[in-house]
Design a protein around this ligand. Structure first.
Ligand code: MLT
Length: 414
């Protein structure tokens, strides 16, 4: 008799961004005359850079000729792209210990963040920074590592609380955990980490033989020299950390789908029977079993990002979104709200300041107020975990004009 995976029955029914989209659609259907300004999911608004469009067209033409046609590609990704990544994203930034053979091309950060759990033993203790990208928790719950859910938290996880008191940088746990998810610059709070702060986590991981999953999908938004862009900027990280990157937010690839994951060959752990386990080999084995790689055309498009025109286009995109995020940040500070992010991150994390006479709104109530009164959509902070309650996240990814429209509307909120 077929029995379904019980873990699906204990997860909340809908994924955060699907739930937000559903509520926005309900509002739109019942108010067809109102124009909503979308400040919720981090989906980009600028089109693909021209150099990428040309690469897509050229690669498509190659696929139409027998002499240049490509069938199955390497599961790890084409060497032409992995070499460009190693050279530009690591070697040119002084991170010489990351090579093409440590890099795996993916169809975006989300899939790999979800799939990396295939490498973990079933009883691993997982620590997640909270608030955090919901994939970290949901994927581990589906794999049976969640335990019981009570008051929005799973008994199987260690929650690393990120709050205004610790400036949204989690404190090292006082007990042993086996896997730690960190994301900096952070989604959703927009907070960023210095090398000194990250070093504490690398030291903890080395001492406790823990694995760090470092989500650096937003590294290109870092402007401040002291802020970490890659986990490998800290010595020893190559022995304990996997890094996940994406072209989605930098080059408009949310609908194209391409990113990469770094699993250094120096990352050795042990199997329960005591043998050494190379995570790089395991991930390669996992990918060759369950994944046939990212399309040739898409990888050629990603390669174009490493040309001078590609670099220029990325910089312009980032400057554009950062201007939006900065304006949002200023406008909310001007209203006297609590504000984090928008400086080394495209996200602004915000909450109205409480006065003695007012009761705090929950995140979903705030979401409702902004949607009903101002027709601005946001992402409720509690969707990223219990300590996001009371906050919302706004993105800088909409167009400049729409961002100004949202700011004008926010100014009118009582
Ligand atoms: C977000 O808004 O947090 C992200 O865009 C969602 C995603 O990347 O899946």
């Amino acid at each position: 008799m077929f029995k379904a995976n019980q873990n699906y029955s204990i997860l909340p029914e809908s994924y955060l961004f699907s739930e937000v989209a559903k509520r926005i659609k309900e509002y739109r259907d019942s108010h067809p005359d109102k124009e909503i300004v979308r400040m919720d999911i981090g989906d980009v608004s600028l089109p693909l850079p021209q150099v990428v469009v040309e690469a897509l067209c050229n690669a498509s033409r190659e696929m139409g000729e027998s002499a240049t046609f490509h069938g199955y590609g390497p599961e790890q990704g084409y060497l032409f792209l992995r070499e460009k990544i190693a050279e530009n994203d690591y070697h040119n930034r002084g991170l010489l210990h990351i090579d093409a053979d440590d890099i795996f091309i993916s169809d975006g950060a989300k899939s790999d963040l979800g799939n990396l759990g295939d490498l973990f033993g079933p009883d691993m203790r997982i620590a997640v920074a909270e608030p955090g990208y919901p994939v970290y928790v949901d994927a581990n719950v589906l794999a049976g590592r969640g335990g019981r859910l009570a008051d929005g938290r799973w008994s199987g996880f260690t929650y690393l609380e990120c709050t205004p008191e610790n400036k949204f940088i989690p404190v090292i746990p006082d007990h042993k955990v086996d896997v730690i998810y960190l994301c900096y610059p952070n989604n959703p709070t927009g907070a960023s980490m210095t090398r000194e702060e990250l070093k504490k986590w690398i030291d903890y991981a080395i001492e406790n033989k823990a694995l760090i999953i470092f989500d650096s999908a937003y590294e290109a938004y870092v402007r401040d020299e002291n802020i970490v862009r890659s986990v490998y900027e800290v010595d020893g990280a190559e022995k304990v950390a996997v890094e996940i990157r994406s072209f989605s937010k930098t080059a408009g690839f949310t609908g194209v789908r391409c990113g990469y994951t770094v699993v250094p060959r120096s990352l050795d752990f042990t199997f329960p029977d005591g043998h050494r386990a190379s995570l790089n080999k395991m991930w390669n084995r996992r990918q060759s079993t369950k994944f046939n790689g990212v399309g040739y055309i898409i990888q050629k498009a990603a390669e174009a990002l490493y040309t001078p025109e590609g670099r220029k286009a990325i910089k312009e995109n980032i400057d554009y979104y950062m201007r939006n995020a900065g304006l949002l940040r200023e406008a909310l500070l001007g209203k006297g709200w609590e504000v984090v992010g928008g400086e080394n991150s495209p996200y602004v994390w915000t909450a109205p300041k409480l006065h003695s006479s007012t009761a705090a709104l929950t995140s979903w109530e705030l979401f409702r107020r902004l949607l009903d009164d101002l027709q601005i959509s946001s992402t409720p902070g509690s969707g990223f975990g219990a300590c996001g309650e009371g906050w919302i996240r706004l993105t800088g990814f909409n167009s400049y004009e729409k961002t100004l429209q949202a700011i004008d509307r926010l100014k009118t909120l009582k």
